[in-house]
Design a protein around this ligand. Structure first.
Ligand SMILES: [Zn+2]
Length: 256
């Protein structure tokens, strides 16, 4: 029987039958894996500490016909401070939903894993505001998954915008404020475009995020325009994934 030992992050834990759990684990080198935990619903399960979402651990897995089975585990980090804060828990759940949506079963995606671990680490142990982690993760996860916007110049006049500009979240193209006054046959704006305003500072933050190494993806400051950034990053990702996340709705409801 095939046995593997992998480090991985639990993205989702669901009930399986009366007693068992099934974990969706984003692993190093082996991509996303589903693993069942025999007796995982029991409070006495020895795997309880690694059978929760956003837990990073080392997993010993045996393959049977249908699933991998968990037979051994060692906790690496459960990002405990996240679990003590409702806003952080709901944001971490949304982040894991995004990672689950962007990753494919059995396809290695170590960049996305590294980004997700960095985001959870920042939420748990660093002093970043949740809205910044949310926006930066939404945008950077899209970028590492191959959804690259074209934000180096205005898509119409091909010049650097001199002041505030606009961005189409559906196509990821930039339009300067002068070109926005042109008719739609010139700008290429259609009924499926999602045009959002962008300040100079927000554009700089997006350019930083596009280029920054994963371990430094939160090393930017944005004083007043976090809402603009967050709004764009959320729309940009949802335009590409074509999906509404329940966990995003819940996170946002905490601020109303
Ligand atoms: Zn222009």
């Amino acid at each position: 029987m095939e046995e593997i030992n992998v480090k991985g992050l639990v993205l989702k834990a669901s009930d399986l039958g009366e007693n068992d759990k099934i974990l969706t684990i984003m692993t190093e080198d082996k991509g996303k894996i589903s693993a069942s935990v025999k007796g995982g619903k029991s409070l006495k399960s020895k795997f309880m500490s690694v059978s929760e979402p956003f837990t990073y651990a080392s997993f010993g897995l045996r393959r049977s016909t249908k699933y991998f089975y968990l037979f051994d585990s060692e906790l690496i980090d459960d990002f405990y401070p996240i679990r003590e804060d409702l806003i952080k828990v709901s944001l971490a759940s949304y982040i894991c939903d995004i990672a689950n949506e962007l990753s494919l079963e059995g396809v290695e995606d170590n960049a996305l894993l590294k980004l997700t671990l960095n985001a959870l680490y920042a939420l748990a142990y660093k002093d970043h505001e949740p809205e910044k982690v949310k926006a930066a993760y939404e945008f950077k996860s899209a970028v590492v998954s191959g959804y690259m916007p074209e934000i180096s110049f205005c898509s119409v006049c091909h010049r650097e915008p001199e002041d505030d500009s606009f961005i189409d979240a559906a196509s990821g193209t930039l339009i300067c404020s002068d070109c926005m006054t042109l008719p739609s046959e010139k700008t290429g704006i259609t009924s499926s475009s999602v045009i959002l305003p962008l300040s100079k500072a927000t554009l700089s933050a997006l350019r930083f995020l596009e280029e920054a190494p994963i371990q430094r993806f939160l090393s930017f400051t944005l004083k007043d325009d976090m809402k603009l950034l967050s709004n764009f990053c959320e729309k940009y990702l949802s335009c590409h994934l074509e999906k509404d996340f329940y966990t995003l709705g819940f996170y946002k409801s905490l601020f109303n």
